[in-house]
Design a protein around this ligand. Structure first.
Ligand code: UD1
Ligand code: UDP
Length: 363
């Protein structure tokens, strides 16, 4: 059984790693790995292959950046001949990025069964590019693996047949659990002269937050206040780095003594940074989940989340984009007024094993 697996962007790599490992242990499955090249910087892609032990992709489509239409179309054009050449029994896509929808669409139009890992998540915010990718990918998938109950409910409400849906847990948490020990050995705190529990980690890259000056500016105001109280470490996504420059905010930030803007860091350093932080500020999807498992309080700089279980479990709060609201939530968390989150059902490090077992039977 030949399964063609797709990755493109950074968060796809943590999701594919445990699946590739689980496939390798099954004689009946022969996995292929295709990288679309959506992300291409060393510290947005190759570094994660090495750290997470992901096999070299069999193919890199080298598509790179572009507008949504251009990027999606280029991926589709480059992926179609690959599917035709390899004639896989299934194509497996993860997450909600442009590579997910582009390759998913190509597969089903060639009559190849489509498997979606991390199906059913919904922010109910269609201005978010990922929400469109999620809805379309799920609508055309044949086997849908969900991380949380809300995903199953959303799919059923959209009319997806019950037999196609499987609640299996979270492959991103598989990766986290496999790498905690290695991350513990990271020297990142010493290198950055940070004290355990005495700093905040920030990530920010959603277009809704960073692509407009009138929204990014007030966010920086809030970070300026926080860094007076607690050092803020900010591994900046390349999109965000470019916007800070473009909006003339980079200089202001450079003048803030305890606001440390870094290039994106590798998985092990980032895991160590999160584990030892007082709190996490983020608009990332995956980081909300990781913070929940690490029991590090997470303030999500968005008005909605497609991962409601992280809120139900008590570790994550939506704090939006208004500086006053962010600072109020920050003060509460900084004072230690936070519950210890519970672990969402099935987030036990064994999701990839369940997926491979089900695929073995289903295909
Ligand atoms: C993409 C995903 C988003 C995901 C994020 C993870 C879509 C629609 N968005 O957003 O869901 O949360 O990845 O990080 O698929 N760039 C570089 N080097 C790189 C990659 C990107 O410099 O290696 C810069 C380019 O200027 C590019 C911009 O970042 O135009 C945005 O990259 P893109 O992949 O289009 O979207 P992300 O914002 O990364
Ligand atoms: N991450 C990382 N280095 C960084 C920032 C994030 O290794 O500098 C990891 C993080 O631990 C998580 C994943 O990248 O596993 C999240 O990716 P991202 O926030 O880019 O995407 P999203 O989850 O929002 O789609």
């Amino acid at each position: 059984m030949k399964i063609l697996n797709v990755v493109g962007a950074r968060p796809n790599l943590m999701k594919i790693a445990p699946l590739m490992e689980a496939f390798a242990a099954r004689r009946e499955i022969s996995p292929l790995l295709v990288h679309t090249g959506q992300h291409y910087d060393e510290n947005m892609s190759d570094l994660f292959f090495r750290q997470l032990g992901i096999p070299e992709p069999d193919l890199n489509l080298g598509v790179g950046s572009g507008s949504h239409a251009v990027q999606t179309a280029e991926i589709m054009k480059a992926f179609e001949p690959v599917v035709l050449e390899h004639a896989p029994d299934a194509v497996l896509v993860v997450g909600d990025v442009n590579s997910t929808i582009a390759c998913g669409t190509v597969a089903v139009k060639l009559g190849i069964p489509l498997v979606h890992v991390e199906a059913g998540l919904r922010s109910f915010d269609r201005s978010m590019p990922e929400e469109i990718n999620r809805i379309i990918t799920d609508a055309i998938s044949d086997v849908l693996f969900c991380t949380e109950k809300s995903g199953v409910e959303n799919l059923l409400a959209e009319g997806v047949a019950k037999e196609k849906i499987h609640l299996v847990g979270n492959v991103m948490i598989d990766t986290l659990m496999r790498h905690r020990e290695k991350a513990d050995a990271s020297r990142v705190l010493e290198n950055l002269e940070l004290e355990e529990g005495r700093y905040a980690v920030l990530t920010l890259h959603r277009p809704a937050n960073v692509d407009r000056r009138e929204l990014l500016g007030p966010l920086v105001d809030a970070f300026e206040v926080i860094q007076r109280d607690l050092p803020v470490v900010f591994p900046a996504h390349p999109r965000t780095r470019a916007r800070l420059q473009e909006f003339g905010l980079a200089e202001r930030i450079a003048g803030l003594p305890d606001f440390r803007v870094l290039d994106p860091v590798g998985y092990l350093d980032f895991l160590k940074l999160m584990t030892s932080a007082k709190l996490v500020l983020t608009d990332s999807g995956g980081i909300q989940e990781e913070a929940t498992i690490l029991a590090v309080p997470c303030l999500t700089l968005r008005e909605n989340t497609e991962r409601p279980v992280t809120i139900e479990m008590g570790g994550n709060q939506l704090v939006g984009r208004d500086p006053e609201r962010i600072l109020k939530a920050y003060r509460k968390v900084a004072s230690g007024d936070v519950p210890r989150p519970q672990v969402p059902p099935l987030w036990d490090g064994k999701a990839a094993g369940r997926i491979v077992e089900i695929l073995s039977r289903a295909l």
